[in-house]
Design a protein around this ligand. Structure first.
Ligand code: F6R
Length: 607
């Protein structure tokens, strides 16, 4: 994780470094820092805590420069204190780092033995010290010093360096972690992501593994790992910077929840053609050649994989499994060339998912990315890309990206089922019509947000909350629990309703709130029986259901939120929405930092 930024310009850069860090804060917010070269000397400022704390420091003690680097940290090695904040600075060099240096300890030991002292507990400081040695003792030029140092490192990194005595020259390199370059007029930029560059420049390119870039205000030269000068594809950014503001909302998460009707309409508009009965999709693998589907993701993205497993098996009749990316490649899974592997990721930069993708590529070419960031590493390394088109998601807790992942997976499901003649044209048309109902259904639920707010009062005094769902709503119960714990810090667990009696029911007493997802469906009565078991033990049930479910549950609980009735296949998408609102309003009640919850970061670029 961590966000890094670099600017070389003919104008002062400090304010813009801070603007860039603001856009990158979603990658970590344990500390922040910047360094510039001014009058040939490296000057820097860093501070523990959020970016605001660095801003205050800079107000009291400003620094200047036409070249600079900046960092916002998600702590890996060493506590989130000022000493461990980046940039790490020696006499000749300052560096910012995103990633982990796995073999830093051996270098640190060797340097300590040579009498070189360390200020921090970080892996990154080792890089600064190694480059310093090359420059001051071995008399290497800066680029060579970096190149020789990087060769020795194991792990993942995106790095940006500035050097004493060089006010118009920086070096950037990457392995494993992403790095984008932005091209301006008389200035050039480096950043962990293109989104943050969109405020400075619309022209970007992405460094490939082990590339080095030598960057001045007028020129960028990229070298590959063998030292050959190379060119990388240029891309134009279309992101409207206005999208990056909260608008009338208090939090990005709130905005992202409430914009879902519009976002879903746009996704539908992109992938369903004018007659609304046909799909207009990006190129995708041949359906008839797919023998099995393996869906892979982490966290919320994994839960969309789980939902899709139900969909793919029931509608397309293709054997499907859902896998946690962090487990997948380490358990020697069997992957064959006829398998379709689908990697689901909002950011497209999740290290666990990238690791699983690279492993899978050794066995099959059928690699499909479902990502929100179209130019991300996962998209670039896949053979096919199906964009979720949710727009930038800034709140750390995923909301609209999740519902758009589900939507895109459902569209893919309908396409496969149709191509494989598992459904008729009429059935396909009905399914598509069902999807077109979603924006209206979402708006209907959002208009009742006050009722959800009231229900959330039931959580405020509890220590733990259980979420229950059966069949296709089981993954949504898992997602609801994840959302609640990550932003309200309340312990929550999701269970398959039928599993409760196999252990977790021991937790039920009158202090335990339980959120049950039980609209009318083929499993309604089974779940109702499970909920009666909870009631018999005095658990406090908060029921999310539809009209018919409400009528049949009136003796069960008074805490009911009624959702509009819809086809079974839409319920995972629809029932996600009140769970997002429950998490959001509970966090508001608890007074937590909704958009930047503690210990988390939006893009998890370390394993
Ligand atoms: C939870 C959340 C995370 C991410 C996970 C994967 O709200 O956002 O669980 O879903 O870290 O991230 P992506 O989708 O970027 O691969």
């Amino acid at each position: 994780m961590c966000g890094i930024i670099g600017i070389v310009s003919k104008k002062q850069v400090v304010d813009r470094l801070i603007d860039g860090l603001e856009c990158l804060e979603y990658r970590g917010y344990d500390s922040a820092g910047i360094a510039t070269v001014n009058n040939s000397e490296i000057v820097y400022s860093k501070s523990a805590g959020k970016l605001d704390s660095l801003k205050n420091k800079l107000k009291q003690k400003p620094i200047n420069g036409y070249i600079g680097i900046g960092h916002t940290r998600w702590a890996t090695h060493g506590e989130p204190i000022e000493f461990n904040a980046h940039p790490h600075v020696t006499k000749s060099v300052a560096v910012v780092h995103n990633g982990i240096i796995e073999n830093f300890a051996e270098f640190k030991d060797a340097l300590l033995k040579k009498g070189i002292n360390f200020e921090s507990q970080t892996d990154t400081e080792v890089i600064a010290k190694l480059v310093e040695e090359k420059i001051s003792k071995e008399k290497c030029r800066p680029l060579e010093a970096v190149r020789l140092t990087i060769k020795k490192l194991r792990g993942s990194f995106a790095l940006c360096f500035i050097f004493r005595g060089h006010e118009n020259f920086m070096v950037a390199t990457r392995r494993g972690s992403p790095l984008a370059l932005g091209f301006g007029d008389g200035e050039n930029f480096v950043s962990s992501d293109a989104l943050s560059l969109s405020i400075f420049s619309k022209k970007v390119c992405y460094l490939e593994e082990d590339d080095f870039a030598k960057i001045t205000s007028d020129e960028v030269i990229i070298y590959d790992s063998d030292g050959n000068s190379v060119s990388r594809d240029m891309h134009t950014l279309y992101t409207d910077p206005v999208n990056l503001s909260k608008g009338k909302y208090k939090h990005f998460m709130e905005k992202e929840i409430f914009e879902q009707p519009e976002v879903i309409s746009q996704v539908l508009g992109t992938y369903l053609n004018a007659s609304k009965e046909m799909l207009s999709l990006p190129p995708l693998p041949q359906s008839t050649e797919i023998k099995r589907i393996i869906l892979i993701g982490c966290g919320t993205a994994f839960y969309s994989c789980l939902v899709a497993k139900y969909w793919f098996e029931s509608l397309s009749s293709i054997p499907t499994q859902a896998e946690l990316a962090s487990e997948f490649r380490y358990r020697s899974p069997v992957v064959s060339k006829d398998d379709l592997l689908i990697f689901v990721s909002q950011s497209g930069e999740t290290a666990d998912t990238i690791g699983a993708l690279r492993f899978a590529k050794e066995y099959t070419k059928n690699i499909l990315a479902i990502v929100n960031v179209e130019q991300s590493s996962i998209a670039r390394e896949s053979n096919w890309v199906f964009s979720t088109k949710a727009g930038p998601e800034i709140g750390v807790a995923s909301t609209k990206a999740f519902t758009c992942q589900l939507l895109v997976l459902k569209i893919l499901n309908i396409k496969l089922a149709s191509d494989l003649y598992k459904i008729t044209a009429k059935q396909r048309s009905n399914l598509l019509k069902g999807l077109l109902e979603l924006p209206r259904l979402f708006s209907e639920i959002l208009s009742q947000n006050e009722n959800i707010k009231k229900l959330c009062k039931k959580f405020i005094s509890s220590n733990s909350v259980l979420y229950l769902g059966r069949d296709i709503l089981y993954p949504i119960a898992l997602e609801g629990a994840l959302k609640l714990k990550e932003i309200s810090y309340l312990h929550a667990e999701g269970y398959a309703s039928g599993e409760l009696k196999h252990g977790p029911i021991a937790l039920i007493d009158k202090s335990m709130p339980l959120v049950a997802l039980n609209p009318w469906s083929k499993v309604f009565e089974k779940t109702l029986s499970n909920l009666e078991e909870v009631k018999a033990r005095r658990g406090r049930i908060i029921l999310l259901t539809d009209k018919k479910g409400r009528e049949l549950s009136k003796d069960l609980t008074k805490s009911i939120f009624q959702l509009p009735s819809c086809s079974d296949f839409l319920t995972p998408i629809l029932y996600s929405l009140p769970l997002q609102l429950i998490a959001y309003y509970t966090a508001l009640d608890k007074g937590t930092d909704v958009d930047q919850p503690r210990n988390l970061a939006k893009s998890v670029t370390v394993e």
